[in-house]
Design a protein around this ligand. Structure first.
Ligand SMILES: Cc1cc2nc3c(=O)[nH]c(=O)nc-3n(C[C@H](O)[C@H](O)[C@H](O)COP(=O)(O)O)c2cc1C
Length: 377
């Protein structure tokens, strides 16, 4: 039975070739940041209040003028096509069915326009490469297609050192060794998908879908992040994008203050699921100082290591507006396609509702700071 994250993770591990599973599941260096994300959430407890009317629980909220059924979103994930053909479209549909937003990655394998048609509350995530014309055409297309927010990811000037990928030979260009070839052969359903649809490509890096191989495109993406990107680049983005602009990957309260000065509309506190700086703090630990710096002026979201509806409530009790999930929906997709991703998201929604009932909070507004309890305090 696929009831929780551990079940979904195991299911994905069984169904996917090892190099794909490790790409999804792995993190940087010793994967301490990945572990820290979970451990820090475990150290936070929820303190219930009793004898409150919880007959009806309202988990809905409004973000940038759009209604979400719950404070839960699907984080941007690159190379989802490796999990399932048309994986980005399936994820967007699953999120829309669950009444939740979906963020499409720059490194997606389905076209910006196609995913927009499948989704409801659709945000677009941007990586800026040295050739800024690539970012410009993507932002223009996202705007024309009707994406409702632009998410600039700021924690990838260079990729984190993902040692599992290196061990599996999953570096670009991808040249599977004998072990990987055997592994792939042992996953015939996965192989059949690739045989039918071809290896997924980074179809949004060029305007017309691009004919370059995934290896060539990923090499472009990995080597040519624009490391000169500074705060002044926000003015350039503003000229291209007049909707809400969100920075993803902020951990430092000083950066949060600067984001306010530069007129950013929202922040996602994130350590990229532990995939970038292994020595970075847990996202939930970095959240309160960022919230203090922002002082309620813009919504602050968080991701990295969240696994349960109760984890969402912990972040909300600290003051976050909503929580994004990366691996949870992607493992759901691996287990059961669109329905699997949908089930994973609905399980989070159900857990959230049950947690609120147990906590004595019948809406998101009823969650109080005092509902969260730091173990040892
Ligand atoms: C396989 C994988 C690919 C990712 N690709 C991107 C990406 O293309 N752009 C981005 O901003 N974040 C990317 N992320 C980071 C996620 O958006 C998110 O920050 C992270 O997965 C949250 O942690 P969680 O997986 O523990 O929920 C990726 C994460 C994973 C696991």
């Amino acid at each position: 039975m696929l009831l929780n994250f551990a079940d979904l993770r195991r299911g994905a591990q069984r169904r996917l070739p090892r190099f794909v599973f490790d790409y999804l599941d792995g993190a940087a260096e010793d994967e301490r940041c990945l572990q820290r994300n979970g451990a820090a959430l475990e150290r936070l407890h929820l303190l219930p209040t009793t004898l409150r009317d919880t007959q009806r629980i309202d988990t809905a909220l409004e973000v940038f003028g759009q209604r979400w059924a719950g404070p839960i979103g699907v984080a941007p994930i690159g190379l989802v096509g490796l999990v399932r053909p048309q994986g980005d479209v399936l994820l967007a549909r699953a999120a829309a069915r669950a009444g939740l937003p979906h963020v499409l990655s720059t490194a997606s394998n389905s076209r910006i326009e196609a995913v927009r048609q499948s989704g409801a509350a659709q945000w677009f995530q941007l990586y800026v490469m040295s050739e800024r014309a690539i970012a410009e055409q993507m932002v223009r297309r996202a705007r024309a297609a009707g994406y409702s927010a632009l998410v600039l990811t700021v924690d990838v000037p260079v990729s984190g050192l993902r040692e599992r990928d290196l061990r599996n030979g999953f570096r670009m260009p991808w040249r599977p060794g004998p072990a990987t070839a055997l592994d792939v052969a042992l996953h015939p359903r996965w192989l059949a998908g690739v045989a039918r649809h071809g290896m997924p490509g980074l179809v949004n890096l060029s305007e017309h879908g691009g004919s370059a191989s995934i290896e060539a495109q990923a090499a472009i993406l990995a080597r040519s992040m624009d490391r000169s990107l500074g705060w002044d680049a926000l003015a350039w983005l503003r000229r291209l994008w007049d909707g809400p602009l969100v920075l993803k990957g902020v951990l430092h309260p000083g950066d949060a203050k600067r984001a306010l000065e530069f007129g950013v509309d929202g922040l996602i506190v994130s350590n990229h699921g532990g995939r970038q700086l292994d020595a970075a703090p847990a996202a939930i630990t970095a959240l309160p100082p960022v919230l203090d710096a922002v002082a309620g002026r813009i919504p602050v979201f968080v991701d990295s290591g969240f696994r349960r509806g109760s984890d969402v409530v912990k972040a909300l009790a600290l003051g976050a507006r909503a929580v994004f999930f990366g691996r949870t929906p992607i493992f759901g997709l691996a287990c059961g396609g669109e329905d699997g991703a949908h089930a994973a998201l609905m399980a989070l929604r159900d857990e959230l509702e049950r947690t609120l009932t147990l906590l004595g909070a019948n809406s998101l507004a009823a969650i109080e700071r005092g509902h969260v309890w730091q173990a040892g305090a």
